[in-house]
Design a protein. Structure first.
Length: 189
């Protein structure tokens, strides 16, 4: 009985081992040696794309800090994401040289604050400009209403500028640094 059990376990493993591997088949995708140097919990993710935009659910590659051999395919895009940071823009790797991924994490709190200030600035600008416009056509306008409208418009416009600056500087930036290939036998004078 034990012999049959061992035989049943051994036969599938020999069948699997007998199948040609992808390396023998010649269909191995190129790989890139990647080092992700970033704050802990920042993840390198991959997604499929047809036109340069992320088109599928991302799949996990590694968590920083990590060194990974990443399989490359033309339809793949990579990006970094993590807790409390906005997702980076997409990028791709070159198989020619090892690549170091340097990440300057952005801030989700800063992005949300920027969106809030931007929204309040837009509302203030609309209210201030409406009061000023109505005050221009009102014959009984008062300087107090005119001052309130101008102050509201000025504060709203200033808030718009601050909100735009907060959102614009809150993103996660990625820099790809490819290792220089050197030829030790080549001398230049």
């Amino acid at each position: 009985m034990r012999f049959l059990l061992l035989l049943a376990l051994a036969v599938p493993s020999t069948v699997i081992a007998a199948e040609p591997s992808a390396a023998e088949d010649g269909s191995l995708a190129p790989t890139a040696e990647v080092h992700l140097g970033a704050a802990p919990e920042v993840e390198l993710l991959r997604s499929l794309s047809a036109d340069g935009r992320v088109r599928s659910a991302p799949t996990y590659v590694c968590t920083a800090p990590c060194d990974e051999a990443v399989e490359l395919r033309p339809e793949q895009l990579f990006f970094v994401d993590g807790p409390n940071i906005p997702r980076s823009g997409s990028f791709s790797f070159d198989a020619a040289a090892p690549t170091q991924v340097l990440v300057d994490p952005g801030s989700l709190a800063q992005r949300y604050a920027g969106i809030t200030v931007l929204t309040l600035g837009a509302v203030g600008s609309v209210i201030g400009s409406t009061v000023l416009t109505l005050d221009l056509f009102d014959e009984t306008s008062s300087s107090a209403r005119l001052g309130a409208g101008g102050t509201t418009l000025g504060t709203g416009l200033a808030s718009l500028v601050v909100g735009i600056a907060l959102v614009a500087t809150s993103g996660t930036e990625v820099e790809l640094v490819r290792a220089a290939t050197s030829d030790p036998l080549r001398f230049e004078f």
